[in-house]
Design a protein around this ligand. Structure first.
Ligand SMILES: Nc1ncnc2c1ncn2[C@@H]1O[C@H](COP(=O)(O)OP(=O)(O)OP(=O)(O)O)[C@@H](O)[C@H]1O
Length: 444
């Protein structure tokens, strides 16, 4: 039997001060593969552990198949949990490790057949008589999966199960997990901070930040229609370029978006979502450009819906099949806090009069997301640092090109921006454009 898991306005406070999860509501359908995604410390594991029954729910309601379950012990919930560090019993063979939960459940029952069929499913039949010390990391993960599966749990709860493996093995096991859970049809909640893992595995992805659910959608939708600038910045590689902007909507001329040194002219007649920008005139906004929204080409090659910009090449990252060109367009990058790691949060306190403007905006927007009032020197989300590469701070736009296009560092290149892929977020970080129906290739 596979389970529906519902969380209704669930909160978790550790001790008296540390608020880990806040008003978290989510419904996971039977058989669904749901990924909890977010930066370190955003509360993903806490949500998972509350579902498992390993942490108490401070407030709110957990329902399993529609029945209240806050009070159920982990065992009564019948779920299998797989952690980052699989703890196998070192003095037990693979066979004994996989069979152990079955023995606990029913000491008299012969579990040999169940153990062998589980091992077959995972392709580890030949390892049944080995001890953990005689297995590679990937094999140990499979054994641990086997131990989780053998019990025929009603749900899998996985907490970064692949993060200790090298990239190749991770990709391999990722595909296996996807296949296995689909075959078993068991509801799975999977925690990761790796957005590409989330996108490739999840039926839906729930993005968290600072204990708060930001969006839950299919991978396609979470990429194409991020609810806010945090989700836009967290999902996608290379990261979306975010620029501070202001709309100009003169009565006697065409509307444009001012990016600092340059402007994006919006073609007439205005599309419905560009019309929405009119009321934002003069307010600070954030423009988001994914690398596929911009190409290096002269204005003469502009297709309908493309407008011209230019940029100075800061540096190019050669990646074999493509190159990423980092450009300075003279704009001010917008900073999105918490992308890499969340700060410890305090329990919510009453707002005192005289708090910062940003803090007030943030609270009004339900803890939203972008910083527009920081000095430019703080804006380093796109800085590229490495032992062999100097810090680059003035690049504000990343463009994807074919590997053969040669660009000269310091040279100026013409750019074409596809307005169909233009993202605009308001001062609190909420998406204004595109409207759902305007995203190419996405229904609804
Ligand atoms: N037992 C605990 N006592 C106090 N605070 C805790 C406890 N466990 C977690 N926290 C805090 O709760 C917040 C959320 O932690 P959690 O482990 O759920 O985050 P996470 O998103 O899973 O992070 P990571 O990806 O690093 O595991 C963090 O600020 C963390 O320090």
């Amino acid at each position: 039997m596979t389970r529906a898991i519902t969380l209704r306005s669930v909160g978790k406070t550790y001790g008296r001060a540390s608020r880990a999860v806040d008003r978290f509501s989510l419904a996971v359908a039977p058989g669904e593969f749901l990924v909890l995604l977010g930066p370190s410390g955003c509360g993903k594991s806490t949500v998972l552990r509350m579902i498992a029954g390993l942490e108490d729910v401070t407030e709110g309601e957990l329902l399993l198949d529609g029945e209240p379950a806050n009070h159920l012990s982990p065992r009564e919930r019948g779920m299998a949990m797989v952690f980052q560090n699989f703890a196998l019993y070192p003095n037990m063979t693979t066979r004994a490790n996989i069979g152990f939960p079955l023995k606990l459940e029913n000491p008299r029952q012969d579990s040999a057949e169940r153990v062998e069929s589980t091992a077959r499913m995972l392709g580890i039949e030949s390892l049944l008589d080995r001890y953990p010390g005689q297995l590679s990391g990937g094999e140990r993960q499979r054994v641990a999966m086997g131990r989780a599966i053998s019990r025929h749990p009603s749900a899998f709860l996985m907490d970064e199960p692949l993060s200790n493996l090298d990239a190749k093995l991770r990709n391999h096991l990722r595909a296996e997990i996807a296949q296995l859970t689909a075959e078993l049809g068991v509801t799975t909640v999977y925690v990761t901070h790796d957005q590409s893992e989330a996108m490739s595995l999840g039926d839906r992805v729930a993005v968290m930040r600072g204990g708060v659910l930001q969006q839950v959608s299919t991978p396609r939708e979470v990429y194409a229609l991020p609810e806010n600038v945090f989700v836009a910045a967290f999902i996608g590689t290379p990261r979306i370029s975010l620029l501070q902007a202001v709309v100009h909507a003169p009565l006697d001329g065409p509307m444009s978006i001012d990016l600092g040194r340059q402007r994006l002219a919006l073609p007439e007649p205005l599309s419905p979502d560009h019309q929405l920008l009119r009321i934002q005139q003069g307010r600070p906004l954030i423009v988001g450009l994914r690398s596929e929204a911009v190409r290096i080409a002269p204005p003469s090659q502009a297709r309908p819906g493309e407008v011209a910009l230019s940029g100075i090449v800061e540096h190019a990252e050669y990646q074999g099949h493509e190159a990423l060109v980092h450009l300075d367009t003279g704009s001010r990058p917008a900073v999105v806090p918490d992308l890499e790691s969340a700060r410890p949060r305090q329990a919510p306190r009453r707002r005192r009069a005289g708090g910062g403007v940003f803090e007030r905006l943030r609270q009004r927007a339900g803890g939203s997301v972008a910083v527009l009032d920081k000095p430019v020197t703080d804006t380093e989300p796109y800085a590229v640092r490495g032992p062999d590469r100097p810090a680059v701070t003035s690049s504000d736009l990343v463009v994807r090109t074919g590997p053969d296009l040669r660009v000269r560092t310091g040279g100026q290149v013409p750019l074409l921006v596809d307005l169909a892929h233009l993202y605009v977020f308001d001062h609190s970080g909420r998406r204004i454009c595109p409207l759902p129906r305007d995203v190419p290739g996405l229904d609804g």
